[in-house]
Write a protein that binds this ligand. Structure first.
Ligand SMILES: Nc1ncnc2c1ncn2[C@@H]1O[C@H](COP(=O)(O)OP(=O)(O)OP(=O)(O)O)[C@@H](O)[C@H]1O
Length: 663
């Protein structure tokens, strides 16, 4: 493959002298090199074909795309050839490196707006070109935006790009799952209706946030959590306190891109006309600002690698179990994902113990409600069980950002099996896991929750209050800060704050609670933080009662009666916690038993060959169930964490009320 008309780049390794390594991706290392006959510095991406033998198609696609494209904002390969068991792709050397490198070494808090506008403008021009030529890039992110020393910007990495014309029938929607989770559009994760070039617009919006904050939203979370958060939460945006520095037009641009319904996202062409790009400057501005004074790319790369290695060493000491997910893979944003119960536990353990929402999350949660209509959970994704929350006096306030159990059920339902399939290739999902999902494929219309045992679902529905997780279920965490990202690690001390017995046991009138938030909301009698207590419904199981309403909004406040009235429901919540905890343990046991049965069946199949087809079917079914349960447990654990936090807050509130009463 040769492209340059003026220059013919040689097709033999001996004609190149490799210098230092300047980049590393999942599948390749990139070196600065000299093309000896032409006396020109180039970059050479070296792909180990033996390691990539599963993805030769991907490589072929990347090289093909790199050779066909011709736009000043796209990195075009000079040539490529095989060298031993490697493939060498020779390309222009981009001495500034990737935006991610620059952020990590010099701008951990993100770039200023004129820089962002300039970068995004160049990237968008590349996208307009790609889309007009029927390509979806599928991996737009700061790591794939390269800068030359003069500030010129090129989008790289066509490793996952796809042609919408691949099938020859001008297919407009893809049905494969590629990309990096933080930047991945919800429809790509969901895989319900395929996706098209609008997936790049979502990634473009996420990249805008990455450039603005120094990291992509959710980048500190493990991949499965990212998937869940992207699907469940409102789209991220520039709504945080620290985002005050950004213009309205920038905020609008991001919001326009990060709409969950792809149909509502603008095309790249339309986006290019957005008034935000009036702030874009000529690219030499980038050379004068962010590139000025930077160390040579090779040195920066070495420094980053050393920092990464340091972090790994620190983490190694904390991770004795070899099967723990590699922090290095988190750093890259890509995880070797073995989807099993242990992983779920590890993943859950990596989620911040307190799960106290930071300003960022609070803002996002708030937006979730405002913008949740952006995206509908598809009908087939709804739970087979009708959610019924009428028995809950403590409602999880979606207004204030809590997902309620309905969300949990629908998340289980709307997150059935496709994402798991989809993880294949992206996270090296184990082949078996993927294959085992086939029964779901065969019958997508059956309610995705249907394989979750009915009794489990029904029982779950009862419990809307907080949780007490077993001590060993989630470990406390330590946050290790690495520049722009926080990595959460387990640590081996126990500081958990479980809800304890209540000390105050008075009956009070719920209507007289001191911080009645809004009389217009009638049913809401208490609001604290992100939740509210309602008086409309009895609390959970029938043995939990609110006291009869005495007085009303106009009655003078009576702290003693208030405390008494709130105590029984709180006690009830605590009881429910215990029940919920038992429920979780049951779920785990169920999953483990299914696994054990599964193994037994496999062994039996090996002995009696006549039983093989039946055993295989059973095995698939069981595997399928186990996977679904594992997903359910993951979601339940998340929900329980939230509930536990609520309980802690309720207790605090109760204590302060107690104090008031004593005074
Ligand atoms: N032409 C180039 N000039 C300078 N640096 C480059 C060049 N191409 C790539 N790099 C650097 O090498 C890194 C890895 O390259 P690339 O993204 O192509 O590999 P990959 O295996 O496809 O990565 P991934 O799949 O993780 O995005 C880039 O992030 C960038 O920092």
């Amino acid at each position: 493959m040769e492209h340059s008309l003026e220059k013919r780049f040689p097709l033999h390794a001996k004609d190149y002298e490799l210098y230092e390594e300047v980049g590393e991706g999942v599948s390749a290392s990139v070196y600065r090199a000299l093309c000896i006959p032409l006396n020109e510095i180039v970059a050479i991406k070296v792909l180990d074909l033996e390691k990539c033998n599963n993805d030769l198609d991907g490589i072929r696609r990347e090289v093909q795309t790199m050779s066909l494209i011709g736009h000043p904002n796209l990195l075009q390969a000079h040539c490529s050839f095989a060298a031993g068991h490697n493939l060498w792709v020779v390309m222009p050397y981009m001495a500034g490196g990737s935006c991610l490198h620059i952020i990590k070494t010099s701008y951990p808090e993100g770039f200023d707006e004129p820089v962002i506008a300039t970068l995004l403008h160049e990237v968008l021009k590349a996208l307009v070109y790609l889309h007009a030529h029927g390509h979806i890039h599928r991996d737009i992110k700061a790591g794939n935006i390269l800068l030359d020393s003069n500030g010129s910007v090129k989008v790289a990495d066509f490793g996952v790009s796809a042609s919408m014309f691949d099938t020859g029938d001008r297919q407009r929607s893809r049905n494969t799952f590629v990309g990096t989770p933080c930047w991945m559009a919800p429809e790509v994760m969901q895989q319900l209706h395929g996706y098209d070039f609008k997936a790049d617009i979502w990634s473009f919006g996420i990249t805008a946030l990455e450039l603005a904050h120094g990291h992509a939203p959710f980048s500190k979370y493990p991949p499965m959590k990212v998937l869940l958060m992207t699907l469940q939460n409102a789209p991220p945006g520039l709504d945080y306190e620290r985002d005050k520095r950004f213009s309205k037009s920038f905020k609008e641009l991001v919001a326009t891109c990060l709409v969950k319904d792809p149909k509502k996202r603008p095309s790249s062409e339309k986006l290019l006309k957005h008034h935000f790009f009036k702030h874009a400057r000529p690219t030499d501005y980038l050379a004068r600002t962010i590139l000025d004074g930077l160390a040579p790319l090779g040195d920066r790369f070495r420094m980053l690698k050393a920092k990464e290695a340091d972090l790994l060493m620190q983490n190694k000491a904390l991770y004795e179990d070899k099967e723990q997910l590699s922090q290095k893979e988190y750093i890259r944003g890509i995880s070797a994902w073995n989807f099993n119960l242990e992983d779920l536990k590890s993943q859950a353990a990596l989620i911040q113990d307190d799960d106290i929402p930071n300003a960022e999350e609070l803002q996002m949660d708030k937006k979730q409600n405002n913008r949740s209509d952006d995206f509908e959970v598809p009908a087939e994704g709804l739970s087979a069980v009708e959610p019924n929350h009428s028995d809950a006096a403590l409602t999880l306030d979606t207004e204030d950002g809590f997902n309620n159990l309905q969300d949990l059920e629908s998340s289980l339902a709307s997150f059935p099996i496709k994402p798991l399939q989809a993880l294949k290739g992206c996270f090296d999902t184990c082949e078996d896991d993927v294959n085992n999902t086939s029964p779901r494929d065969d019958n997508e219309s059956s309610g995705p929750s249907s394989s979750l045992p009915q009794n489990v679902i029904n029982q779950n529905k009862k419990f809307l209050s907080g949780s007490l997780l077993p001590d060993n279920f989630l470990s406390p965490k330590k946050v290790v800060t690495d520049g722009d990202r926080d990595y959460l690690q387990t640590k081996y001390s126990s500081q958990r704050n479980h809800s304890g017995p209540l000390l105050l046991r008075h009956k009070r009138d719920t209507n007289n609670l001191p911080s009645v938030d809004d009389t217009s909301e009638g049913a809401i009698v208490q609001r604290k933080g992100r939740f509210k207590v309602t008086s409309a419904d009895p609390m959970g199981p029938s043995n939990c009662n609110f006291g009869p309403a005495v007085g009303g909004p106009s009655s003078p406040p009576n702290h003693k009666s208030m405390a008494a009235s709130v105590l029984p429901p709180l006690q009830c919540i605590l009881q429910n916690n215990t029940l919920q905890r038992e429920e979780i343990i049951k779920l785990i046991k169920y999953a483990e038993q299914s696994c054990a049965k599964n193994t037994e069946l496999t062994e039996a199949g090996a002995v009696d060959l006549s039983q093989v087809p039946a055993v295989e079917t059973k095995e698939r079914e069981l595997n399928f169930q186990v996977i679904q349960l594992q997903q359910s447990i993951g979601s339940l654990v998340e929900e329980l964490q939230k509930q536990r936090m609520k309980n802690v807050q309720l207790e605090k509130q109760l204590r302060s009320m107690g104090n008031k009463i004593e005074k």
